[in-house]
Write a protein that binds this ligand. Structure first.
Ligand code: SAM
Length: 232
């Protein structure tokens, strides 16, 4: 039996990180049923909705309009509308502006309902071959080198496997900073996961850096880095 929609609730719905088939039956049902979908990039989400024959109205919700848009969405939720929040890829709230809306809804006593699905961080972790029993998600590092080195230094001694998001334009610099801050460890570049050009590169930070210097890589990238080895 299909789930009955809760009025006045924010549904936090995970969508694919590449392959459009990576969407749950529950997500499709709810995307069809809600009054409105708040999407980070409406064109991108429209593509997914069209593929699955979902006519629900879209509105944009991204980093540059989140401050004006949040009160508007909260108002609609308080009027009893149900709204789905989706991001460009994966789970809303993980390194994207969804966090801002979710926190405001919690403060306002609005029900927030998770609809789980893919996220790049755990997808990269499980194919990394690095320990999965303890891991630490660092999201995007700060853009300035000094701040990045300082951030990485905080996690130098953790045994947890580290997961980072990075843009392809900065990935070589990030690998160099990881090498400088953490020492030469095993790491994985997980590129274009679930997409046609999916690629997983494994090696030491030095080896991966040399590889990228010889041939820069493009596309969406998640880095997974070994934690401090316990025997050290
Ligand atoms: N909310 C998303 C999630 O659940 O993974 C992440 C949003 S964050 C703005 C986007 C970053 O996720 C990209 O810069 C990249 O580091 C990572 N990412 C997204 N899709 C990916 C993919 N298909 N392969 C590898 N990394 C990906």
């Amino acid at each position: 039996m299909s789930e009955t929609l809760k009025k006045g609730a924010l549904y936090i719905i995970s969508t694919p990180i590449g392959n459009l088939q990576d969407i749950t039956l529950r997500a499709l049902h709810l995307l069809k049923s809600v009054d409105l979908i708040a999407a980070e990039d409406t064109r991108h989400t429209k593509h997914l909705l069209t593929k699955h024959d979902i006519p629900t109205v879209l509105t944009s919700y991204h980093d540059h309009n989140k401050e004006e848009k949040t009160p508007v969405l909260i108002h609609r939720l308080k009027e009893g509308q149900s709204i789905a929040l989706v991001c460009d890829a994966g789970t809303p709230g993980i390194s994207d502006p969804g966090f801002y809306l979710i926190r405001r809804c919690i403060e306002e006593g609005i029900p927030t309902i998770p609809v789980p699905g893919p996220t790049a961080a755990t997808t990269a972790l499980v194919i990394s071959g690095l320990p999965t029993d303890t891991f630490l998600f660092l999201g995007f590092l700060p853009k300035k080198r000094v701040a990045r080195l300082k951030r990485l230094a905080l996690f130098k001694n953790t045994l947890a496997t580290l997961i980072l998001y990075e843009s392809p334009y900065r990935v070589a610099k990030t690998l160099q900073d990881c090498l400088d801050a953490l020492g030469n460890r095993q790491a994985v570049i997980a590129r274009e996961l679930t997409k046609v050009f999916e690629e997983v590169m494994r090696g030491s930070l030095e080896e991966l850096l040399a590889r990228l210097q010889a041939k820069p890589c493009r596309g969406e990238i998640t880095l997974v880095i070994e934690g401090q080895r316990s025997e050290k």
